[in-house]
Design a protein around this ligand. Structure first.
Ligand SMILES: [Zn+2]
Ligand SMILES: [Zn+2]
Length: 188
């Protein structure tokens, strides 16, 4: 499971539980939400230069309903091998089921995507689910390209730009471990 992060920005992302389309209350809502400048997740620091574009569509009338949360944003983070700052497109779509806490039909499913709200509520706040969807969509390991060659462990040169000529094998801990296990391996 990903680490829990509380959303750091006060988002006004509430929707009415009993929308009245005649009063102009939509089933589809879009928001452009502020993000923090940076976010630490999975041991990486993500720069978040833009906003989080969110589209929330609820299923139908009724006090138990689905909301589909679709979102996108720009981000960047250092490549985990060569440290080059790498632009990222973050996006995804998640569905949550909102239901009054007294109505436990769906609770039986014991679904992480189920959100119970107080029976007397008139609106639900989607901010926790939007934030959770966004955070779990961040890559756990950032790579500038699929086959990033990384940095030379000896001199620090970017090996994507070509070989630096260092004798890496002598510094490879796996090779050393092998030599420790097999003392008879001859070294010529
Ligand atoms: Zn890289
Ligand atoms: Zn080198």
């Amino acid at each position: 499971m990903p680490e829990k992060h509380l959303h750091p920005v006060d988002w006004n992302t509430r929707i009415p539980i009993d929308p009245n389309p005649a009063a102009g209350e939509p089933f589809l809502t879009c928001w452009s939400l502020e993000l923090p400048d940076t976010l630490e997740y999975s041991g990486q620091v993500f720069m978040l230069p833009g906003k989080l574009e969110v589209r929330a569509e609820r299923s139908s009338e009724g006090r138990s309903f689905w909301v589909e949360i679709t979102f996108s944003s720009k981000a960047s983070s250092a490549c985990s091998r060569c440290l080059k700052e790498t632009p990222l497109e973050i996006g995804g779509s998640f569905r949550y089921f909102y239901t009054p806490s007294a109505d436990d039909d769906r609770q039986a499913a014991d679904d992480e995507m189920t959100v119970a709200y107080p029976p007397d509520a008139v609106e639900v706040d989607l901010s926790e689910q939007i934030w959770e969807s966004f955070v779990v969509s961040l890559p756990e390991k950032v790579l500038c390209r699929d086959k990033c060659a990384g940095l030379c462990p000896v001199c620090g040169a970017d090996l994507n730009l070509g070989s630096c000529g260092c004798q890496k094998a002598a510094y490879d801990p796996r090779m050393q471990a092998l030599k420790d296990i097999l003392p008879d391996v001859s070294e010529d």
